[in-house]
Every structure is written in structure tokens, then in C-alpha cells.
Write a protein that binds this ligand. Structure first.
Ligand code: F6P
Length: 344
């Protein structure tokens, strides 16, 4: 019996288990054995694997996180590409389904292009910034969590006549900020793709107060760089670089709050939603999207359509090349940017 591997890499998100379950079911249905690879690419470099059958994935559909574990391990960076290939051979894998974002799928693309490694991708990241797909696993849940938080902040902001700044994730793009800001009725939305000058935000908040609205909700993507009307931009606020060389953002909310407080004189508070956005049970949408993407990936693996990534294309699931998916990031479209600007 031939076998297919499955791994999750990069940051976790709700919906990964639904995707793993679908890959297993789709592959078993076609007569394959499935081998789960633990902790992303590291599991292939170190031979850390677990057999997955239908029983092993029973009950995981609504669970957040990933039963396989995940890391940002990059075999090119670690010099372990040969070990990855050796493990793949020794496990008798026909190919590997890789569930990941730009980093993990970037490794998949290189392995495929440079070494003809048999791999199929499934897009996940709460940031929703992969090209070639209209949606990535985890985004919908993150937006729900942020919108619920904004709703709660509204009532306390209103009671105290305060400005509430909510910092959400989004390293390079403002998908979560724009979607939750629009859905939550934010008054200002800061995104990296079209950075609103801080002076414009202060003016808008002052104008609201003049109209009798004594509170304001401000949503900022962590990847927003403080921008002035002069065009001058501050550096990204970086917390650290992790052991895999990954830059960790966070803190722009406090910078914005300081500026708004100084520019308006209003009492300002900050909420950094952080990893709460990635935790807990996935929404129904993330579950069915992850399931359909996982099933499509199993189909692609069965066909030997290596180098492809399952993708959400309008109302259907199709696939694109890993090259297209990782060539450049997908930022907010002009229509999204305009919506965020007009309603906020
Ligand atoms: O890429 C997904 C993401 O959640 C980003 O929005 C965020 O910047 C990053 O991961 C956080 O990474 P970590 O879990 O390593 O702190």
C-alpha cells in the first residue's frame, strides 16, 4: 500500500485539525496509508512521525490547534534537506500534503522546484495573505474573535468616553483589521497597505467628539507603521526574532495610543488581542473550507499533481501552483481599502 504524509507548519490556527482529518479521510478513501509528520518540516528532518487512520482523526474536527504540532523549521536554513528526502524515502511516501502559510509553503515550493520533491499545499494563516486563494484556513475564526472583542470594547468605551485602540494580527496585510473593523463598526482602521496618517485619525476622533460622540474605536494591524502626513514612516514595532529567524511583531497599538492621546487629549486605552485570535474552536466556515481544501489536496496527491496548492476560487475549490501562491503576498484590494476608509 502506498503512503501519503501530512504536516502542519508555521503558526497554528483554528481549522488545521479539520484539514488534517479531511486529508486522512480523502487519502484512506483512495486506498492510501497516511503518516502524520510532527512539528512541521522538523518531523521529516528528524523522522518524527505518527500513523494516522480514520480512528486517529475522530473527534478532532472542532478542535483548535493541530494534533501534529507545528514549528517554523526550515530545512534549507538548517541544512537538513537531505534528511528530509531520506525520511520521505524510508517511509515510502508517494508525496506529502503540507498545510502552511508563506514560510512553510515557500519551503515546499523550493523542494519541488529544485529537487522535484512530491508535495501538495493547503493554505492556512489567520493573516489571509496567500496569493492564488481567496481565503486561507483560520482567517474566518480570527475575524469572529476580533469582531466579538470590538463589540465588547464598544460598551466600555462608551461608558467612559474613551478611545479604545485594538491591535490585531496581520504582519504584512490588513485583512483581519479591515474585516473585523468593518464588521465591528470601528471609527479608524490602520492597515499596512494604505497607511492612514496619524494626524487624520486624530482629526477624525476630534470631529466625532464635536458631534457628540465621546468615544472612538480604533483597530490597527500589527504590521502598520506609524505614518505622518508628511509621508514620514516609523519602523515596524518588533518584539523579537525567534529561533527560526522569524520576526515577531507587536506593540504598534501602544504607539498609536500615545499619539492619539497627545493629539486629542482624550483618555486612551489599548487592547492587544495577540494569540487569542488563533485559539479555540474554528467557525463553521473554517471547518468546511478546511475540509474541502484537505479533500482536494488528497485528490491532487492521488493524481500525482505535485507542486500544486488547493485553493478557494470563488464558490469552488480548485488549485494553483505553489509558485503562484508564494510569489507575492495578497494584500487588501482597492475595494476593501476604500470600504475600510469610508465606513471608518
Ligand atoms: O502568521 C500568522 C501570525 O499569527 C501573524 O499574524 C503573527 O504576526 C504571527 O503569526 C505570530 O507568530 P508567533 O506565534 O510566532 O508569535
Amino acid at each position: 500500500m502506498s503512503a501519503i504524509g501530512v504536516l502542519t507548519g508555521g503558526g497554528d490556527c483554528p481549522g488545521l485539525n479539520a484539514a488534517i482529518r479531511a486529508v486522512v479521510r480523502g487519502a484512506v478513501d483512495r486506498g492510501y496509508e497516511v503518516i502524520g509528520i510532527r512539528h512541521g518540516w522538523r518531523g521529516l528532518a528528524e523522522g518524527d512521525t505518527v500513523a494516522l487512520d480514520r480512528a486517529a482523526v475522530a473527534g478532532i474536527l472542532p478542535r483548535g490547534g493541530t494534533i501534529l504540532g507545528t514549528t517554523g523549521y526550515d530545512p534549507f536554513r538548517e541544512g537538513t534537506v537531505e534528511a528530509v528526502r531520506a525520511t520521505t524515502r524510508s517511509l515510502g511516501l508517494a508525496g506529502v500534503v503540507v498545510i502552511g502559510g508563506e514560510g512553510t509553503l515557500g519551503v515546499a515550493r523550493r523542494l519541488h522546484e529544485e529537487l522535484a520533491y512530491p508535495v501538495v499545499g493547503v493554505p492556512k494563516t489567520i493573516d489571509n495573505d496567500l496569493a492564488g486563494t481567496e481565503l486561507t484556513i483560520g482567517f474566518d475564526t480570527a475575524v469572529h474573535i476580533c469582531t466579538a472583542a470590538i463589540d465588547r470594547l464598544h460598551t466600555t468605551a462608551e461608558s467612559h468616553n474613551r478611545v479604545m485602540v485594538v491591535e490585531v494580527m496581520g504582519r504584512h496585510t490588513g485583512w483581519i483589521a479591515a474585516a473585523s473593523g468593518i464588521a465591528g463598526g470601528a471609527d479608524v482602521i490602520f492597515v499596512p497597505e494604505a497607511p492612514t496618517p496619524i494626524e487624520d485619525a486624530c482629526e477624525h476622533i476630534l470631529a466625532r467628539h464635536e458631534q457628540g460622540k465621546d468615544f472612538s474605536i480604533v483597530v490597527a494591524a500589527e504590521g502598520y507603521r506609524l505614518t505622518r502626513r508628511s509621508g514620514e514612516q516609523e519602523e515596524l514595532v518588533i518584539q523579537e526574532v525567534d529561533r527560526y529567524g522569524y520576526v515577531r511583531l507587536g506593540g504598534i497599538g501602544h504607539v498609536i495610543a500615545r499619539e492619539i492621546s497627545a493629539g486629542t487629549g482624550f483618555e486612551t486605552r489599548v487592547t492587544v488581542l495577540g494569540h487569542v485570535q488563533r485559539g479555540g474552536t474554528p467557525t463553521a466556515r473554517d471547518r468546511f473550507v478546511a475540509t474541502r481544501l484537505g479533500l482536494h489536496a488528497a485528490r491532487l496527491a492521488d493524481e500525482g499533481s505535485w507542486g500544486r496548492m488547493a485553493a478557494v476560487l470563488g464558490d469552488t475549490i480548485g488549485d494553483v501552483s505553489l509558485e503562484e501562491a508564494t510569489r507575492e503576498r495578497r494584500g487588501l484590494s482597492p475595494e476593501w481599502i476604500e470600504a475600510a476608509r469610508i465606513v471608518a
